[in-house]
Structures are given as C-alpha cells and as structure tokens.
Ligand binder design. Structure first.
Ligand code: DHB
Ligand code: FE
Length: 301
C-alpha cells in the first residue's frame, strides 16, 4: 500500500483545499472539511480505489441525492447521532427518561392540531382515510423526571398505513393529506389516548438509491411497523422517539436501526383491535434550545 497522505505535499494540499491558509470563511467548517478530505484520501489509499470506482461512487451519490434522508438511517448514521447525544447526556449527568430514537425522513410539519385533553374529549382519531385493517389504540401518561404529570404537552404522532406507506410520500397517491398525522394538545394531567389504524412495516422504495445500496451490501431495507412521536411541553426537553411493535417479524432486524430497548411494546390484541399502553417520561429543559426541535430541514404542507 502506498502511504502518501501523511507526506508534506498532501498535508499542504489539505490545508490549502480546506481554506486553512485564508483569513475568510468559517473556521469550524474548515476543520471539518479538512478531516473529511483526509479521511477520504486515506480510504482511497487503504482500498486502492481507482478512478473508475471513484467516479462511479460520485455518480451514485449524485443520483441518490433525494434519498439521503433514507440512506442516513439505513447506514446507521442517524442512530449513531442518537448514541452520540446519549453519550454526551451521560457525561453531563442527563441520563434517564424515555429513550430517544431516530426521527426518520417522513415527518411533515403542519399536521392538524386536535384537542386531546382527556377531561374534555375521549376520541382522538388519526386515521381519516378508509383502511380495512385492525384498529390501533394507544394511551398512557407523559410525566417528568419525578413522575409529575407534564402539563400542556403537544404530542406529534405520525405513522404509515396498513400498506406501509406514509401520507405525503405515498407512491400510490391514494392517501389524503395528513392521514395518520396529528398534533395532539394534551391537558394538565399529561394523559393521552388516540385511535388509529394499524400500520404495516415500512420498506425503502424498490429500485431507489437506498434499496440498491442495501442490495449491494447484502442487506434488506425493511423496518418493523412503528409509530413516531415528538413530544414538546413548556419546561421540558423535546423528545424525538418512536415505538416499534415488539411482535413484528422485523422487531429485532430493523434496517434503519430505530428500534431500542424500552421502545418495543407488544400490543394486546382482542378481535379487530390492537391496544398499547405506553408511558413517556421527559427530561427537564435546561436551556431554551432544549424546548425546541432540531433545525433539521423538514417537509411542510
Ligand atoms: C426510513 C423510513 C422510516 O419510516 C423511518 O421511520 C426511518 C427511516 C428510511 O426509509 O430510511
Ligand atoms: Fe417511519
């Protein structure tokens, strides 16, 4: 193996390419770009990547650009970001509460806001399109670190339909906007309850960049059936999480690495209904940014 990355010539090239010799630009970005370039060069060297392979890889990235949101979880990077945040939390003494897990690429901002204060209503329904499958009911409490009820929370919920498709991203074009998506405004007792139609596990789009990458790696592109949540509440840290159905065939074989210990409830099935009782525990906010969403770009409708 040649070993030229550490030579003065290549190190100078890296400094110049990342703008280190220039006064303008962003210092943090320069440092990151330099490390990305150096890591890429080391990979080229280690695997003796030739011209053809390099340009084919670039073409793959170019053609797959609209699927980066799917590829990132598929290759475990979105899960790694969770592990990185967990590790920083542990260091800061912030462990505890319901585990976070990946957001995934399919949230849409602007879902209908419904009143879910259980002292006033007892029927919150997420599914507005006909779906001939089991009814899913879910209920529980949202508490803080000491078990206190969280007041005034908004529970954002989104999930696929019984074909494994999400509204706004449905290749059949059959779903109306915001089917299986709601923002549920909870009351002072922190209790929530909703009904919906049982989702099926999601699979990445056939023939797309993610699917092709998974096939080339000898992997599948399937997730267990799951339900996504954001929970925001004044004074508490916004939580991004999801439950995956513990009895799904892919419960322990999720291509997106979104399943986690403590987030795999098994529904109680009775006739045509599957019921899940699940409590969420939030952490206290320690700063204003704790109460907001990440600045990830999201679809909006
Ligand atoms: C992907 C799809 C999902 O529904 C999800 O929750 C996470 C990832 C994906 O296609 O990568
Ligand atoms: Fe999902």
């Amino acid at each position: 193996m040649t070993d030229i990355v550490k030579t003065k010539e290549v190190q100078d090239l890296l400094d110049r390419a990342s703008g280190l010799n220039e006064s303008g630009g962003d210092a943090r970005l320069k440092a990151i770009v330099r490390d990305v370039l150096e890591a890429t060069m080391k990979i080229i060297e280690k695997h003796d990547i030739d011209e053809s392979e390099f340009w084919q890889a670039l073409r793959f990235l170019q053609d797959g650009a609209d699927e980066y949101g799917l590829i990132a979880p598929g290759v475990g990077i979105e899960h790694f970001i969770d592990l990185h945040m967990d590790a920083k939390d542990a260091e800061a003494g912030l462990a505890g509460g319901t585990p976070r897990t990946i957001e995934g690429p399919l949230y849409v901002a602007g879902a209908p806001i419904v009143d879910g204060d259980l002292s006033k209503t007892n029927d919150v329904n997420l599914t507005t399109d006909p779906d001939d499958t089991e009814t899913l009911t879910m209920s529980g409490r949202i508490t803080g670190p000491d078990g206190e009820p969280v007041k005034g929370a908004v529970l954002h919920v989104w999930h696929a339909n019984s074909k494994g498709f999400y509204s706004h991203f449905d290749p059949t074009g059959e779903q109306s906007p915001f089917n299986n998506r709601r923002r549920i405004k909870l009351g002072a007792d922190g209790r929530y309850a909703f009904r919906s139609k049982m989702p099926r596990g999601y699979s990445c789009p056939p023939g797309g960049a993610t699917d092709r990458l998974m096939a080339a790696l000898g992997r599948h592109g399937d997730r267990p059936a799951h339900v996504h949540f954001f929970i925001e509440a004044p004074g508490y840290r916004t939580l991004t999480t999801q439950i995956n159905f513990g009895d799904d065939p892919h419960a322990h074989d999720d291509f997106a690495f979104g399943t986690r210990e403590g987030l795999l409830p098994i529904p109680n099935r009775d006739g045509d209904t599957a019921d899940i009782e699940f409590d969420f525990r939030l952490q206290k906010a320690r700063s204003d940014t704790d109460e907001t969403f990440s600045a990830r770009p999201r679809s909006e409708a």
